[in-house]
Design a protein around this ligand. Sequence first.
Ligand SMILES: Nc1ncnc2c1ncn2[C@@H]1O[C@H](COP(=O)(O)OP(=O)(O)O)[C@@H](O)[C@H]1O
Ligand SMILES: [Mg+2]
Length: 355
Amino acid sequence: MPDRQAVIDLLNRLTDPVTGGGLMDGGKVKGLVVAEDRAGFVLEVDQAEVARYAPVRDQAEAALKGLPGITRVSVILTAETTPAPPRRTAGLSKEAVDQGRPKAPVPTDRPDHVRRVIAVGSGKGGVGKSTVAVNLAVALSQRGLRVGLLDADVHGPSLPTMLGISGKPDYVDGKMEPQRVHGLAAMSVGLLTQASDAMVWRGPMASQAMTQMLTQTRWGTEAAPLDVLVVDLPPGTGDVHLSLIQKTPLDGAIIVTTPQEVALADARRAHALFGKVGTPVLGLVQTMSGDVFGTDGGPAEAGRLGIPLLADIPLDAAVRRAGDSGTPFLIGAVTPDAAEPFGRLAGQVAAVLFP
Ligand SMILES: Nc1ncnc2c1ncn2[C@@H]1O[C@H](COP(=O)(O)OP(=O)(O)O)[C@@H](O)[C@H]1O
Ligand SMILES: [Mg+2]
């Protein structure tokens, strides 16, 4: 195992672009991990400095890769949130405005040129959340909307596989270019991190990296704004997810579940989590329904929670094959039984977002 001090010395031989001194001494290196065959850290900078630090991130990664015994390297560049712009107060005193403010922190990290942001969430992994996010995005774009897809699922970023994309994003004028595939603008945490290294996603780093992907990606332009950004959230309902959702400017959330009781219990927790931060839940999507898992769990749960059942997507081998192929189900070989509910889902979501 490499010596931690040797790693620190190595990082100090790189130049911090702001202080001009050693990178380690500059104080931007957080959460340094040196263990067995891997090394990594988070470079935590101000939003305005992201472009200046991007080359240093690459240099650090190359340097760490050169260390004997190190085979896995991950250096994540994350931007801290910038202060909120002053709100328009329409003649009210500052005190009156402050009193009227909700207790929960108001998300200030709205991405530029994006009209609506919605999340696809579930308490549990493996329920088909990414499959729903991808095909919802495709179905919305087939309705003529400009759609982006952000894969923030650090526990298993699946967009690179599902959309057939790879390679680090390009930085142009301090912003990351999303990949343009299948009519979508796509960005995945899987493009930013080396496979399987989810180090940053413990604790508050998760929401910061999420903020970076939201606000530092050129989703749209003034001339061609994005209509809808679909965010594939990581599964889970703990504190990390609470702060993540709090910081994300969501116009609505969709909860995905299978008909099984374990998944339904997690869906209930996800619903409670969105309730805590005041994100409107647009409804429930049941997926993988059919003989194997049953068909009644999702509709019954939607009834108990008092939210609409937006779609019931059957367990369908064509859906699974599409997920592994890099071409979304709705673009490739479509079987009508599953295509129809995806289409209806998109219709309902579009109607709620753009009344
Ligand atoms: N309706 C479906 N029918 C058959 N397989 C599905 C269906 N939905 C998802 N899958 C498959 O189940 C697996 C998990 O789905 P995924 O969308 O990655 O779940 P999650 O994002 O919740 O972890 C994938 O292999 C996917 O192709
Ligand atoms: Mg997933």
